[in-house]
Write a protein that binds this ligand. Sequence first.
Ligand code: PLP
Length: 427
Amino acid sequence: PGRMPGVCRCVSAPSAEETAFKTKVARNANMAKLQAGYLFPELARRRSAHMSKYPDAKVISLGIGDTTEPIPDDITSAMAMRAHSLGTFEGYSGYGAEQGDKKLRANIALTYYKDLGIEETDIFVSDGAKCDISRLQLLFGSQVKMAVQDPSYPAYVDSSVIMGQTGLFQKDIEKYANIEYMRCVPENDFFPDLSSISQADVIYFCSPNNPTGSTATRDQLTQLVQFAKDNGSIIVFDSAYAMYISDDSPRSIYEIPGAKEVAIEISSFSKYAGFTGVRLGWTVVPKELLFADGFPVAKDFNRIVSTCFNGASNIAQAGGLACLSPAGLKAMQNTINFYKENTKIIVDTFTSLGFNVYGGKNAPYVWVQFPGRSSWDVFTEILEKGHVVITPGSGFGPGGESFIRVSAFGHRENILEAAKRIKQLYQ
Ligand code: PLP
């Protein structure tokens, strides 16, 4: 029967739950374990909400840690040329090797691992370090136990939860069950007391660290490699900020003798060349690294990459090659130096206000302590009163509570303006 014109059928609106069609597919129980949103989309959400509330405020974002400065010309020109050549019969290419362009692999080995015994075939080019963190979780499977710096970049823990390596989130201690949290705080020089760490299969270690900006010394990394050897663990070493190191701290875990037998290294062009949007990184899996049964880890990683990935974009890889040319290396270092000057402005600002300030020296992140305060309260205060977005330290793990992370990625005028507002707020 058709609708009767002019007759209003007044029925209460049924709830979406009553009417929505549901599939019979059960939700992945590991997904249900995850807490709220991934940290950085949550920050973006709060920033948008703030901007709707104060449409006239000039909000400065020193939160997410995304790069802001243009990619150097030598690098964009190489990508543009590659893109154009794809429009010609001679220059066209389709799928490339899943492991990456041979020349790029060789150049990465030569540029970052010369004299460290890492060869072209140990390098797997990727679409970024974050993607490889997840592919490494697939490699290890659900039965391993992970250890992680606390605080740390959230992708290690969240991908481990998704993979099913953990138990439930324990609200009282803000930790997932079956993860070994290695507390890194000023009291221990941001390096965990390894004697108190129980056995873990896979140890995620990031130096220079996001978020604390701390860098492990040669002696500390030697201890870490020895710890992995003693326990038969594999280290996943994240060197995404290695080019920001300006003292003699190791830039690669393979600077430590014996590391090839216990460590994988992930790295990225994101924070070197402004490739956060272009997407290009790499993972080193040395042929010397073996599973308990003697099977080479690299062979399994190769199988994962061939199955789950079809190789990094050919245009991005042309950009990567240009990054590693003499002009490209110089241009990347110039951009990094620019961000390091920003870092100094931020460090000086908080130091002059009497805060305890950490990091910043070898990393684009400044880690500031607000004793006795909740990180999210400080986040809200700085956003509401200064219109500046920072990142609450507790978003990186319980060890980050009462700290904030301030990113040095920003245009100079924004960094200076943020510094001015923070001074007004706290002096
Ligand atoms: N590892 C660390 C420690 C990071 O801070 C980031 C990005 O912020 C990544 C990995 C991700 O890098 P990519 O852009 O290569 O995925």
